[in-house]
Design a protein around this ligand. Structure first.
Ligand code: GLC
Ligand code: MG
Length: 533
C-alpha cells in the first residue's frame, strides 16, 4: 500500500532474509560470441546462482545506450540494447529466474540520460523546446563561463556549453550524461512510468543509481572548496558537494518512487548512496517512506582492522532508524575487488563477516570465487573515468573483467574476443572450485546454506562481543538459537577465552568441525569461526 509503514515489525520480506548477487551483464556470460556478456548468457548461468544459494540477482543496466559509461548512459529506459538481447530475452530471463526461485532487481538510472536520449535531443533543440526544462540549462555566469563551480564526478567542470543556444547544461558525470531536472513534474511522471513498465514485466525491485544526486540546490550556489584536498585525489574532491547533492527535496522524489513500487506489492527499492553514515540513514526516509535499503558501502570504504570494523558495525546499528533494515555490501562494479583490497586469506574472513552480519548482504559477481582485479594495459582501458584522469588508480575496468567459469584461456566466458581481458582463470574458476570442498566457492555455499537454514543468522539480533587485538566477535540470536562469530583479522594465531563453552561448526578454512565444546577458542592466522554453545 502506498505510504504504508512496512518495517521489520509486521512481517519479514524476502529482501530482508535474502542475499543479493550483482551481475555486471557485460562480463558475466557471453552467449553469441561478440565478446560481451548478454541476457541469454545470464539466463544460462542461473543455475550457478541457485547452487550458490543467493536469493536475488541485481543486473546492472542493459538498456539501449551509446555505452559512454557502459550502460549508465541510457538512451531508452524501456528497451534492451541489441548487444544484450531483446525484450523477449528479458522476459525469458525473468520467467526462468522466477521459476528457479530467484528475484530479479533492475538498475534504474534516473539522475541522467544519455545525450542521445530523444528527450535530450528535443531539449537541446532550442530555448523554446517543450522539453527544455526536462534537463538543467543555465545561462553563463555574469562574467562568462560556467554558471557555477560544480565539478563532474569524472573530472572537469560539470557544465557543458551549447553553442547554438548560448546556455550550459549540467552533467554530474560525463558530458554524454546530461542530468534530468527532477523539479519538473513531467520528468517525475515519465520516470515513474518507466518503473511501472518494468514492474508490469514482473521485476522484483530496483537499485537506483546515484539516488542522492537527484535534487540540486534550487539557487545553484557554488560548492565550497575542500580544505582537505590533496594531490592524487580525483578532481571531484577539490570541492565539497554541499549544494550539488543530498538536498532535502530529494526525499519527496524518493517517496514517490516508493509509492509507485509499493502499489505492486512485495518489491524492493535500493538506493546507491555514497554518504557518511549519519546522512546515509536519512535515506530510510521520514516514517520509512524512503528506500528500503540505502546501500551501505562501509565495508568497502573502511580500513580492514578489527577495532575499526567493530566500531563501524556498532555505529551503524545505533544509527538505524526504528524499523530500518540494515544491509552490507562488499564489492561492486565501481570498487576494487575485495580479494585485491585485503588479500585472498582475509577475503574469506570478509565473506564470513558479510554473511553473518545482521542485514541484507550483497555479493559482487566473481567475489564468490575470490576473483582479483584484472590487469589492464594502458591500451586496453575502457573506463571513461580512467581515460579522463589517468594514473590515479581510479579506473574501474580491473573489477569488471569477465567471470571465470572454467580454467580455459577464455574462462568459458566467450568464444570471441572479450571486451576486457580475461584474468588468470586457472587460479580461480567455478568449475575447479565446484569440485574442491575447501574452495572459496565452497565457503560461500556453506555460509549461504547456513544463513538460509537459521533465522538467527539472517534475521536474528546482533550483539557485539568485547574482544581484543585482531579479533572481531559478535553473537546472533533468535528464538532459542545463538551463534557466536569470531574472526581473526590478523595473520597470527590467537586464542580467545572467557566467552563460555563453544564448538566450531564452520571455519573459513573449511577443515574444522568440532564435536565437543571447549572454553578456549583457538584461531589460526586469518581464520574465522562460526560457533555454537
Ligand atoms: C553509479 C554507477 C557508476 C556510474 C555512475 C554514473 O555510481 O554505479 O558505475 O558510472 O553511477 O551513472
Ligand atoms: Mg554477447
Amino acid at each position: 500500500m502506498p505510504g504504508s509503514r512496512v518495517g521489520t515489525t509486521d512481517m519479514t520480506r524476502w529482501w530482508q532474509s535474502g542475499t543479493i548477487y550483482q551481475v555486471y551483464p557485460r562480463s558475466f556470460q557471453d552467449s553469441d560470441g561478440d565478446g560481451i556478456g548478454d541476457l541469454e548468457g545470464i539466463r544460462q548461468r542461473l543455475g550457478h546462482l541457485v547452487a550458490l544459494g543467493v536469493d536475488a540477482v541485481w543486473v546492472s543496466p542493459f538498456y539501449p545506450s551509446p555505452m559512454a559509461d557502459f550502460g549508465y548512459d541510457v538512451a531508452d529506459y524501456c528497451g534492451v540494447d541489441p548487444m544484450f538481447g531483446t525484450l523477449e530475452d528479458f522476459d525469458g530471463l525473468i520467467a526462468d529466474a522466477h521459476g528457479q526461485g530467484l528475484k530479479v532487481v533492475l538498475d534504474f538510472v534516473p539522475n541522467h540520460t544519455s545525450e542521445r536520449h530523444p528527450w535530450f535531443a528535443e531539449s537541446r533543440a532550442g530555448r523554446g523546446s517543450a522539453k527544455r526544462d526536462w534537463y538543467i540549462w543555465r545561462d553563463p555566469a555574469s562574467g562568462g563561463g560556467p554558471p557555477n563551480n560544480w565539478a563532474s564526478n569524472f573530472g572537469g567542470s560539470a557544465w557543458e556549453y551549447d553553442e547554438a543556444s548560448g546556455q550550459y547544461y549540467y552533467h554530474a558525470f560525463l558530458k554524454e550524461q546530461p542530468d534530468l531536472n527532477w523539479r519538473n513534474p513531467q520528468v517525475r511522471a515519465a520516470m515513474n512510468d518507466v518503473l511501472r513498465f518494468w514492474l508490469e514485466r514482473g521485476v522484483d525491485g530496483f537499485r537506483v543509481d546515484v539516488i542522492w544526486h537527484l535534487m540540486k540546490d534550487a539557487g545553484f550556489r557554488d560548492n565550497p572548496d575542500n580544505p582537505g584536498f590533496a594531490e592524487g585525489q580525483p578532481d571531484i574532491a577539490r570541492v565539497l558537494p554541499v549544494h550539488s547533492a543530498d538536498q532535502p527535496e530529494v526525499f519527496d522524489v524518493i517517496a514517490e518512487m516508493r509509492a509507485t513500487i509499493e502499489a505492486y506489492g512485495d518489491r524492493v527499492l535500493i538506493g546507491e548512496i555514497y554518504l557518511p553514515l549519519e546522512r546515509l540513514v536519512a535515506y530510510y526516509g521520514h516514517d520509512l517512506s524512503g528506500v528500503h535499503l540505502p546501500f551501505n558501502f562501509q565495508l568497502i570504504l573502511s580500513a580492514w582492522n578489527a577495532r575499526g570494523l567493530a566500531e563501524l558495525i556498532e555505529t551503524y546499528e545505533r544509527a538505524l532508524p526504528d524499523g530500518g533494515w540494515p544491509n552490507w555490501v562488499l564489492g561492486n562494479h565501481d570498487q576494487h575487488r575485495v580479494a585485491s583490497r585485503i588479500g585472498a586469506a582475509q577475503a574469506r574472513v570478509a565473506a564470513m563477516l558479510l554473511l553473518t552480519l545482521r542485514g541484507t548482504p550483497t555479493i559482487y559477481y566473481g567475489d564468490e570465487i575470490g576473483m582479483t582485479d584484472g590487469e589492464i594495459a594502458p591500451e586496453a582501458v575502457q573506463d571513461p573515468w580512467e581515460k579522463n584522469e589517468p594514473g590515479l588508480g581510479l579506473g574501474r575496468d580491473p573489477e569488471r573483467t569477465p567471470m571465470h567459469w572454467t580454467a580455459a584461456d577464455d574462462a568459458g566466458f566467450t568464444t570471441g574476443t572479450p571486451w576486457l581481458p580475461v584474468g588468470p582463470a586457472h587460479e580461480a574458476n567455478v568449475a575447479d572450485q565446484t569440485g574442491d570442498p575447501r574452495s572459496m566457492l565452497a565457503l560461500h555455499r556453506r555460509l549461504l546454506a547456513l544463513r538460509r537454514a537459521h533465522e538467527a543468522l539472517s534475521l536474528g539480533s546482533f550483539e557485539s562481543v568485547a574482544a581484543t587485538g585482531d579479533v572481531l566477535a559478535y553473537r546472533r540470536r533468535r528464538g532459542g538459537e545463538t551463534f557466536l562469530i569470531v574472526l581473526n583479522l590478523g595473520h597470527e594465531p590467537v586464542a580467545v577465552d572467557g566467552l563460555g563453552q563453544h564448538r566450531a561448526i564452520l571455519s573459513t578454512h573449511l577443515d574444522r568441525e568440532e564435536a565437543r565444546p571447549a572454553a578456549t577458542i583457538a584461531l589460526r592466522p586469518d581464520e574465522g569461526l562460526i560457533l555454537v554453545p
